[in-house]
Design a protein around this ligand. Structure first.
Ligand SMILES: *Cc1c(COP(=O)(O)O)cnc(C)c1O
Length: 234
């Protein structure tokens, strides 16, 4: 089976699962955005994704994002950075990116704000929350964010749109559900107390192994890699 056919099937299957989970949470398919995470596949898969109508693409490593984005500057792709961004890579990365999911420190937030001000634009971003408390994970501790809201609101060019998390440990779906519910609750709490400038509409949560649970718990964006590329190499 060729790549286009297989990818089309995978996308259709994932789309159906997103729709079913959205309905279970009283929402529509169109209420949940799909970011196709391309980190496991070569750049040559990108045109196939775009042809299939999938134009929100994500990478977790900045260098990989530069490399893929630079190969397809003439294609209308919205790139999402879903992994850790070191401050020394901010200037190089931001020109390619439509949404940063992984703002994980106040220092990074400042660096991003300064960088995009220099490019005379603004950028939407999500705050990554270490909701599982796993030491190996990046992100703000859940209790860390509220005291930072006034400072975050002073950053003119960084538009905070919501929260992002990864569930842990992988494969423990009950833990994942508790963590997604906790992120949703935290978002609701922060939204009630945040300055108007800090908008918290988005919840980026859910990957191949747990996206249906994430949607049931209120995800507005899911980040899916391996489930889209089953049976596809390269
Ligand atoms: C790799 C990655 C994903 C996608 O993972 P899959 O399990 O392959 O769907 C989502 N989010 C982040 C932050 C990732 O690094």
């Amino acid at each position: 089976m060729d790549v286009t056919t297989r990818l089309g099937e995978n996308l259709a299957r994932v789309g159906d699962r997103i729709a079913a989970a959205a309905h279970r949470s009283g929402r529509q398919r169109s209420d949940v955005a799909l970011v196709a995470v391309t980190k496991y596949v070569d750049a040559n898969i990108v045109p196939h994704l775009v042809a299939a109508g999938c134009t929100d693409l994500g990478e977790s490593r900045p260098q990989e994002l530069w490399s893929k984005a630079e190969s397809f500057t003439d294609v209308p792709i919205r790139w999402h950075l879903v992994g850790h961004l070191q401050r020394n890579k901010v200037d190089r990365t931001l020109p390619f990116v439509s949404l940063i999911h992984s703002v994980d420190s106040l220092r990074l937030a400042h660096a991003i704000d300064k960088s995009v001000a220099g490019q005379n634009r603004s950028i939407p971003a999500l705050l990554e929350v270490n909701i599982s408390g796993d030491r190996s994970k990046h992100g703000f501790a859940p209790t860390e964010i509220q005291p930072l809201l006034p400072q975050l609101a002073t950053l003119d060019r960084l538009e905070i749109r919501g929260l992002m998390c990864m569930a842990s440990p992988e494969g423990d779906l009950e833990a994942a559900r508790r963590q997604f519910a906790a992120l949703h609750q935290l978002r609701d709490h922060l939204r009630a107390v945040a300055p108007q400038k800090v908008e918290l509409t988005e919840l980026s949560m859910g990957m191949s192994g747990d996206f249906e649970i994430a949607i049931e718990e209120g995800a507005t964006i899911v980040r899916i890699g391996s489930a889209l590329f089953e049976g596809i190499i390269g």
